[in-house]
Write a protein that binds this ligand. Sequence first.
Ligand SMILES: Cc1cc2nc3c(=O)[nH]c(=O)nc-3n(C[C@H](O)[C@H](O)[C@H](O)COP(=O)(O)O)c2cc1C
Ligand code: SF4
Ligand code: SF4
Length: 258
Amino acid sequence: MQRTIFYLSATGNSLFVARELAKLLDEANLIPINTHTLAKMHDMEGMIGFVFPVYFCGIPMLLREFIRKLQIKPNTYIFSVATLGGGDFMSHQQIDQVLNEKQAKLSYHASIVMPGNYQLMYNTASQERQLKLFANAGKSVDAIAHDINQQKVTPLKPRKGLFARLLDSYYRKSYANHGGKDYNFHSTEACIHCELCADICPVQNIQMKDGKPVWQGKCQLCLACLHWCPKQAIQYSNKTQKKRRYHHPEVKAEDIMP
Ligand SMILES: Cc1cc2nc3c(=O)[nH]c(=O)nc-3n(C[C@H](O)[C@H](O)[C@H](O)COP(=O)(O)O)c2cc1C
Ligand code: SF4
Ligand code: SF4
């Protein structure tokens, strides 16, 4: 049976998980989610999976847009695997909602805690903590692949009432407050004009002007540009100056490039 994993990843956690899962699922086909793949028609056969980072307790906007465009046959086995820094309250429910719009549904879901990369709020975990998280993540991936190979179905807890409304409002406000406000990004004197930030952006939101990056107002807030800049020359207002940069140790910048 054909198996396809669509993944979205800025700092490599989700790419690492997607790669490991693909190996354990008979070399499943791996497809990144970015503006290039969004522009293509994906008429799906066989099993489909999504591996993605949790943003504001929900899913990245780009993932939502991507799923809306997929052609999915009825009764397809669909799984989702989230990577996250610690709190995931509705990402799988959101995926299921988008799938329901196309008469499909989520069959299986799982979440894996990895080092958090949301430097606008906190610093990445210490080296020691990261190693523990990676060891646990490896075990989780094995168990998840086993489940998926058995086509296991997991029930999805509905999010209803006040809690659901609060989560939804937090999600919408957080995205509204940041995505369009990418003027908060800037580059410092440390910039060496290498253009890596422009090349790595999944939605081509950075253009180079006079050798410096200029953000174009359609940011997904994935933070790939901030984390991968080789000189730590990218900052977000005054929130990121003292924070370490992060990427998964087994993922390189070239692997993330759209
Ligand atoms: C904009 C943004 C929002 C985030 N929100 C959450 C969140 O609500 N809960 C959480 O546990 N982690 C959150 N994170 C952390 C990421 O989900 C986590 O580090 C993920 O593994 C990153 O995956 P990647 O390396 O594939 O990009 C957020 C990260 C970003 C950039
Ligand atoms: S990645 Fe960093 S050093 Fe390279 S152009 Fe962008 S800001 Fe400058
Ligand atoms: S501009 Fe930076 S944070 Fe925004 S989508 Fe592109 S890489 Fe991600």
